[in-house]
Write a protein that binds this ligand. Structure first.
Ligand SMILES: [Zn+2]
Length: 144
């Protein structure tokens, strides 16, 4: 799949997600996640995962970012990046996919960033990975 964002947009999203992950509150899950949304206006909205002692109340990074943006009056997004501390790209969970669907186009690029970004390329494994180990996907490939 060809990249659909500019290099500058991709970099903003990836760095935003990495920065957001530093603010994650994850004393229970030990699984900090960061997300970044690129708005049509060119700004980045960051979201971190927020654990709760009641596990079901945990809020994912993707939903934090969307809720922050929408509650500030922004509803037009052109890209999303998500990163955790594991060295493979992880896709949004089912609840997040549904929330993303509410506000984002089905073909909006979603960058799944490995925790060890930028990862050295390994051509044998990376036929569908983008530069730095980032996998680009979109919502209609993630929704059942
Ligand atoms: Zn989620």
């Amino acid at each position: 799949m060809a990249p659909t964002l500019t290099t500058e947009q991709r970099t903003k999203l990836i760095l935003g997600a990495l920065e957001a992950k530093e603010r994650a509150y994850s004393p229970y899950s030990k699984f900090p996640v960061g997300a970044a949304l690129l708005t049509r206006g060119g700004t980045i909205v960051k979201g971190a995962s927020i654990d709760n002692a009641s596990y079901g109340e945990t809020i994912c990074a993707e939903r934090t970012a969307i809720v922050k943006a929408v509650s500030d009056g922004v509803q037009e997004f052109i890209g999303l990046a998500v990163v955790a501390n594991i060295n493979s790209p992880i896709p949004p969970c089912g609840i997040c996919r549904q929330v993303i669907r509410e506000f984002c186009a089905l073909d909006m690029p979603i960058l799944l960033v490995p925790g060890n970004y930028p990862r050295p390329s390994s051509p044998a494994l990376d036929f569908y990975y983008m530069e730095g180990g980032v996998r680009e996907t979109k919502l209609d490939l993630l929704l059942p």
